[in-house]
Design a protein around this ligand. Sequence first.
Ligand SMILES: Cc1ncc(COP(=O)(O)O)c(C=O)c1O
Length: 402
Amino acid sequence: MSLPNDRIIYLDYAATTPVDPRVAEKMSACLTQDGCFANPASSHRPGREARARVEHARAQLAALIGAEPRELIFTSGATESNNLAIAGAAHFHQHRGRHLITSRSEHKAVVDVFKRLEEEGFEVTWLAPDAQGHISRDQLVQALREDTILVSLMWVNNEIGVEQEIEAMAAETRRRGILFHVDAAQAVGKRPINLSQVPVDLLSLSGHKFYGPKGVGALYLRRRPRARVSPLMLGGGQERGLRSGTLATHQLVGLGEAAHLAAAELDEEMGRLKVWREQLLSHLLTLPGAALNSTSAQGVPGIVNLRFEGIHGEALVAALDPYVAVSSGSACTSAVVEPSYVLRALGLSEAQAEASLRISFGRFSNWDELSAAADRIEQVVRRLHSLSPRGQSDSGPTALSG
Ligand SMILES: Cc1ncc(COP(=O)(O)O)c(C=O)c1O
């Protein structure tokens, strides 16, 4: 029997966040006839008004990440931004070299672009993270070559929440004149980012990871030194010819407002999540077979990834389903059913990866909910353990991936 939706405790913020009601309000003023609905490329007054809102949103987003507004290209989300940054940079700069670097723990929206580039004849070095999920600066430096044209690493991992030392690594690529792209879909709005201080050249972000709408994001392209990419989308020449297509005023206004709120509330919000993370872990880690996947202290507080050895994560998620929405992996790629390649890359066995659960929380979570969810998880874990005394569950493979 399923409970009404408002009774389900939502703990899958890494997959997507609810839109902040303050964001929704701004968006709804840009949709209907009495609102700011016109095409921002039109030269008439309604068009100019829409354009002004779009540019305001661009400035709000730029302020959140320490960029200049003209360094941002709006896209449909981080998947598109990653594609544009990686394929666009590889194609634009291929005359200088055909060697690229990324890691084994990137999101599918990065991994699959590099695989495609390998098929096209580019050579890709796949860096392996350590057991905590970190790539070291030395590892990167050792992989750099004369013909390297692009490095792409994520700032915060979507499954385990671990942060890479982007500042240190970007300094190395800048010194050598190699482009550095960062997938920051899970970092923006969750940790401070100041691109006027960090020599990253290209950065992808997505609105629905920080209380903005789905289907909108941006790619940051540094102006000095200028990061250049070939466009993927051709047409009306919007966004300086790098991303054709009518600008979605309501989506962009929502993205801008979400950025504005994140900038104002980030510190307080993260402080709160940190305390809850500790409380949650002090409960869950007492359960049978429980262990944290990555014990790194460097990470965003709202993502907790742990395993309950002897239990199948997917069975756990299914048993929790009427009460608590969590993920045995990332919903971004849940169509693919396989043990998480990210957890496998940390050195976890297939069974350990399959025994894992990602709990992610954020702005609209509260401790009462988290504590009730932990009680539910305890109940279910103990029950599943009692059903499989030898510590093996009998369900099929799980969907722990990107
Ligand atoms: C790290 C990371 N990169 C890229 C994406 C894709 O973003 P989008 O859903 O905006 O295409 C996601 C999540 O979906 C993500 O977590």
